[in-house]
Design a protein around this ligand. Sequence first.
Ligand SMILES: NC(=O)c1ccc[n+]([C@@H]2O[C@H](COP(=O)([O-])OP(=O)(O)OC[C@H]3O[C@@H](n4cnc5c(N)ncnc54)[C@H](O)[C@@H]3O)[C@@H](O)[C@H]2O)c1
Length: 416
Amino acid sequence: MPGSPLARRRNQTRASRSWTLTGMDYGVSSRPRSQIAAKVVVACSLTVLCMFMLRQSSTAPEGVMFSRHDGVLHVLVTGGAGFIGSHAALRLLEDNHRVTIVDNLSRGNLGAVQMLQQLFPEPDRLQFIYADLGDSKLVNQIFAANAIDAVMHFAAVAYVGESMEEPLRYYKNITANTLILLEAMKKHGVKKLIYSSTCATYGEPEKMPITEETPQNPINPYGKAKKMSEDMIRDYGRTTDLAATILRYFNVIGSDPKGRLGEAPRPELRHHGRISGACFDAAMKVSPGLEVKGTDYETKDGTCVRDYIHVTDLVDAHVKALEKLKPSKVTIYNVGTGQGKSVKEFVDACKAATGINVTVSYLERRPGDYAEVWSDPTKIFRELNWNAKYVDLTETLAMSWRWRQGHPNGYRSPAL
Ligand SMILES: NC(=O)c1ccc[n+]([C@@H]2O[C@H](COP(=O)([O-])OP(=O)(O)OC[C@H]3O[C@@H](n4cnc5c(N)ncnc54)[C@H](O)[C@@H]3O)[C@@H](O)[C@H]2O)c1
C-alpha cells in the first residue's frame, strides 16, 4: 500500500539437505545453513521491495479504481504472493475480477506478484499491498480504503513440524489474524469469505475416506489453529449474514499448466519438506535425495498414502465456491481427488516426470505419521459440480518440473 510501513522481516536461516515424504501437509527434515547468505538475501529483498513499492506509489491515482464499487467483483486475496494464493489471484484475474493482494512476504515470493502484474498490467486489475495481517490498524485501513466485495484468506504459516516447535506463532498467525480479518470484514460490511483450511484439522481419523462429517481431532498446533479459525467463522456466521465457505485442502501440488506460475518455497523454508519441491530438489541435486520414512505401514506397498490435489483444481474449487456463496450460510467442503497415492507411487512419478533416477533412502517410520489419508469429495461434486481433473501424478509433476527447470532459482526474486 502506498505509504505502508515496512514491517519487520524474519531472518530465516535454515535450509535443507534432505527431504521427508510423509506427513499430512508437509514432511519435516531440517539442517542449519549459512546465516550470512540469508542476511544478504533479506537485505536485497528489502531493497527491491522498496523499489517495487515506490513504483506502486507513483501510480497512486490508479488506486482510486480499487476504492469504488463499479460492477467488477473485487476480491481481497490474503497470502497472494504464496503458492496457492498466487494461483488463485491468476484465476480471478483471468475471470475478469479485480484483485487486491495483501501479503507480508514472510514466505511468499514477490516474483509471483510481479508475474501477475506483467500478465495484467491494466491499472484497475491488480494491486499489491505489503502488510501484515496481525496489524489490525493497517488491516482496517486497507478495508476502509478499498471497496472489497469478497475475501479469499490464504495467508498463513503452514508447516506441521514448525507448528510443533513454535505453537504460539501458529495460533497468532492463523487464529488471531483470522479474528482480525473477521473483525475488519464485519466493521466494513464485507460479507463474503472463502477460507483455506486443511485436512490436518481431522487429525488421525479411524475411517477412510474422510468426509466433512468425520470428527475433527487435530493433533498439532497447525491443525488446531486452523480448526479454531473454522470455529470462529462458523460461530460468527451463525449470528450474521456472512456467506462463507471453508475448504479443507488435502496435499496440494502442481503448478499453472501454462507455466506462468510455480511453487517456489524459499531456500530457508525448504527444510520443511514440501513434497513436490523435495522431488525436484533431489532431481536437481540441490538435495542429496529423497527420504521415505516408513515402509511397514498397513498400506498397499507399506508406505504412507496421501491425497494429492493439483493447485489448479483447488483454485477452481475456490471460484465455484465463491459463485455459490449464500448469505447466513457457512459451508464446508473437502478438496481432494478422492484417491490415495502411496509415497512409493509418488517417488515413481517423480522419477518418471523428471527422467532422473533420484536417490531414495528408505528409513524407519517417523513418530506421529499415520498410514493413510484421503478425501471423500462427494459433497463438493454434488453441491458445486467440482471434481479434480489433474489426477495423474506423473503428468502433474511433469508440469511443475517444466516450470522448475525454467526457474531453477524460483522466481529469481531477490528473496531467492
Ligand atoms: N500447501 C498445502 O499443501 C496446503 C494444504 C492445506 C492447507 N493449506 C493452506 O493454504 C494456504 C496457503 O498455503 P500455501 O501453500 O500457498 O503457503 P505459502 O507459504 O506459499 O503462502 C502463504 C502466504 O501467506 C503470507 N503470509 C503469512 N503470514 C502472513 C501475515 N501475517 N500477513 C500477511 N501475509 C502473510 C506469506 O508471505 C505467503 O505469501 C494456507 O492457509 C495453508 O494453511 C495449504
